[in-house]
Design a protein around this ligand. Structure first.
Ligand code: SAH
Ligand code: SF4
Length: 345
């Protein structure tokens, strides 16, 4: 099988062009064609016959195909099921906000982390996604919008909160970010990308050197090690205090925060004591808290707390003056909300 064009960063492309004595302007032309204009047909604009032939002969331009599209009846949320070349499936969600969309990307087929509250975790890890499979979710979702909701093809935010632990698939996710950021192509703003991790330390170690400026979200879920161990098994190997040591070293830009995601599970981590401990842990940090009421799925062993309980929890955090948002559950009629993604059917 030929290598995928969509696995190449701009720098990779420049190297290939140089090695093959092609005109240097081809890199920008190809990025513009495939990423800015999101064409999947071969580039014909201003490109020499020699460069055209070289890329057609040596690279594959196919992308994962959309197999199923589910549109929410409650809001504008869209969930896509993608079919990969080896018949594995992954899901991607477009979440509407202010006439624009955020896209929630998957980074793996399944996930190895086995969190006890997560539908995806139940699949185990089937395999990592390649860069082109990550990028492909974005391009195909954009193309779907252009065709089905013309004028609405504006995807401003990218969040790695779909299936998989993105830092466990570091190289492919890093390269996808480089491609998203490249100003010849999709030119996504650096602070419009957020990578969410369960606290995978090997990835956090590399973060500082390799991708320091995009946003990081930590799935915290409990400030207590023992409780966190029950929720996120890798906490035993990569304990929270160590995770926080790495996160504290990340230099933040003006107005940049670390997001701490806190899943609220009824009668497990939703008490006033939990909220106080969480507040004490984060009060001195540039923190933003996302409270996520548990999204139930068939066979789940947890329940979601009442709205009153969620608001009580938030009030404690407000007392610490930590910006806290209760995450809505957009698209839950199509099982598109966080943690409900499981394509193993
Ligand atoms: N693996 C990464 C990113 C994907 S999960 C991580 O764990 O951070 C994205 C978010 O959804 C995480 O905060 C995760 O804890 C949360 N999540 C998982 N299952 C959930 C569920 N059933 N209800 C609500 N949120 C859930
Ligand atoms: Fe993996 Fe994140 Fe689900 Fe945990 S919550 S199993 S890390 S996808």
């Amino acid at each position: 099988m030929k290598p995928s064009f969509y696995d190449l960063s701009y720098a990779d492309l420049e190297t290939i062009i140089k090695q093959n004595n092609l005109n240097q302007s081809v890199a920008a032309l190809l990025f513009k064609w495939h990423y800015k204009n999101k064409q999947i047909t071969p580039c014909t604009e201003n490109i020499s016959a020699q460069a055209y032939a070289f890329f057609q002969e040596n690279f594959d331009f196919s992308l994962p195909e959309i197999e199923v599209v589910q549109e929410s009846e409650q809001d504008q949320t869209v969930k896509f099921l993608f079919k990969l070349h080896d018949n594995h499936k992954v899901e991607t969600v477009l979440i509407p906000f202010n006439q624009k969309y955020s896209i929630c990307l998957s980074s793996q087929v399944g996930c190895a982390m086995g969190c006890s509250f997560c539908f995806t975790g139940e699949q185990g890890l089937k395999r990592h996604l390649t860069t082109h499979e990550v990028i492909g979710q974005f391009i195909q979702a954009w193309r779907w919008l252009a065709k089905n909701r013309p004028g609405e093809e504006r995807i401003l935010n990218i969040v790695f909160m779909g299936q998989g632990e993105p830092l466990h698939n570091f190289d492919a996710v890093k390269k996808a970010c480089e491609i998203f950021l490249c100003h010849y192509g999709t030119s996504v703003g650096i602070q419009k990308i957020t990578i969410s991790t369960a606290g995978y330390i090997p990835g956090l170690k590399r973060w500082l050197e390799e991708i320091p400026k995009v946003n990081l979200a930590l799935s915290l879920h409990s400030p207590f090690e023992a409780k966190r161990n029950q929720l996120i098994p890798i906490n035993k190997k990569y304990p929270l205090d160590e995770v926080l040591t790495y996160i504290n070293q990340i230099p933040l830009q003006k107005k940049q925060f670390i997001t701490y995601e806190y899943l609220l599970l009824k009668d497990f981590n939703d008490s006033i004591e939990d909220a106080k401990k969480l507040g004490e842990m984060l009060v001195d940090k540039r923190a933003y808290i996302n409270l996520i009421p548990f999204n139930p799925y068939p066979g789940a062993s947890y329940q979601k707390p009442s709205l009153a309980k969620v608001e009580e929890f938030k009030a404690v955090l407000d007392g610490f003056k930590i910006p806290t948002l209760i995450r809505g559950k957009k698209g839950d009629d199509v099982l598109a909300a966080c943690g409900q993604l499981n394509s193993d059917y």
